[in-house]
Design a protein around this ligand. Structure first.
Ligand code: GDP
Length: 373
């Protein structure tokens, strides 16, 4: 079960954003939305193709793909040394697979209070730096803990090739994270080094999606004095990682409106809610895709990692499907769409395929698994 965690300084809008995620509408009759744990939300991943499949097939139940999200309380400077609830936060981060890094650009809070910020002023680039530094320092400590004893072991027993290789890899990781002060996920690692990085469970190895929280006014006019600087920082420090601009205050307003008022507000301001985009971009940040199972009883999206082969993908439904995997009968949503939304037509067009255990499942494949019990 893949999870994303909300990370950021205190008072930047993490809880507001997290609560908005909990409220995002979902067919509640089919799936319990927020789990019992108030810090965990299962958010439906909005998808037009899923909607179309459900619309056409009219199954008795429809279950979309989900992303699990955690609310992680605020990080402050010094967390790696235990400031605030420091180490507890950091250990929560170690349990998620990706980080939603919430960044505050708004000066006054939604209820008009002046900026309350632990660092006294609003400066999103400084905040990005503080949090990156806390995660990095925690990683340096984790690497140090392994490296010290390993150095001694190799000094004692220099002929052990495996240990020597491991030491070389660890020294390289140490140099990257501790000396060059970079995040682990941007290092250039060999496959062996990737194993070492994975073994260390480094916080800076987790991909980040940057949620740039603006005041409603700034969001609507797409302007804020920090935006260019934030973009520059992300491009320089986290190449390839995305930013989503939104206003938690505006999203909150939208949730509180009735449907007519919401429609009117969105039309008048020529705007859209960004909550769906946050979830979809978060899902992609995690390298997740989904495939469908479909029938008259249920259409369902199943989350897998990009690159998984058919048996492993089947295992998401049930471990028996993986263990007893025989084959997968597959066509893609695209084939279905191009053939008049009809499985029979897909078959006639020769697009209904039999795939074996080495088949790499593609995004939005529609699959029927055959397996031995
Ligand atoms: P957290 O500590 O990061 O979880 O932050 P909260 O979600 O509790 O928000 C802190 C304060 O900022 C609250 O008073 C919110 O009402 C306010 N706030 C959150 N998001 C926005 C926003 O987008 N715009 C404005 N103006 N205020 C916001």
């Amino acid at each position: 079960n893949v999870k994303a965690g909300m990370v950021g300084m205190p008072n930047v809008g993490k809880s507001t954003t997290f609560n908005l995620m909990c409220k995002m509408s979902v067919p509640a009759e089919n799936f319990p939305f927020c789990t019992i744990d108030p810090t965990e939300a299962r958010v439906a991943v909005p998808d037009a193709d899923f909607d179309e499949l459900v619309e056409k097939l009219q199954p008795k139940a429809a279950v979309p793909a989900f992303l699990t999200c955690f609310d992680i309380a605020g990080l402050v400077k010094g967390a790696a040394e235990g400031a605030g609830l420091g180490n507890a936060f950091l250990s929560h981060i170690s349990q998620v697979d990706a980080i939603f890094h919430v960044v505050r650009t708004f000066e006054t809070t939604a209820d008009g209070e002046a900026a309350i910020h632990v660092e006294d002023t609003v400066d999103p680039v400084r905040d990005l730096e503080i949090i990156r530094e806390e995660l990095r320092l925690k990683d340096v400590a984790a690497i140090d803990k392994e490296l010290g004893p390993l150095r001694k072991e190799v000094a004692r027993d220099g002929k052990n090739k495996e240990k020597k290789d491991r030491l070389d890899g660890m020294e390289k990781i140490y140099d990257w994270v501790a000396v060059q002060k970079k995040e682990a996920r941007f290092g250039d690692w060999s496959s062996k080094e990737i194993d070492y990085v994975n073994d260390l469970h480094l916080l800076t190895s987790k991909p980040a999606l940057h949620l740039i929280n603006l005041s409603q006014e700034d969001f609507l006019r797409k302007k804020n004095k920090w935006l260019a600087k934030i973009k520059e920082w992300v491009e320089a420090n986290r190449p390839g990682e995305k930013m989503v601009l939104y206003s938690a205050a505006m999203e909150q307003k939208l949730v509180d409106m009735d449907e007519d008022a919401r429609k009117k507000f969105l039309e008048e301001n020529q705007t859209k809610s960004q909550m769906g985009k946050i979830v979809v971009d978060g899902y992609h940040t995690l390298q997740l895709i989904f495939y469908f199972t479909s029938g008259p009883d249920e259409v369902r999206a199943w989350t897998i990692r990009n690159g998984w082969m058919a048996p492993k993908a089947a295992g998401v439904i049930h471990s028996d499907f993986e263990r007893g995997f025989i084959k997968a009968e597959v066509y893609n949503f695209k084939d279905w769409k191009e053939n008049g939304c009809s499985e029979a037509a897909v078959k006639e067009a020769g697009k209904y395929r039999q795939e074996g255990k080495n088949y790499v499942v593609q995004d939005k494949d529609i699959i029927f698994f055959k397996f031995n019990v």
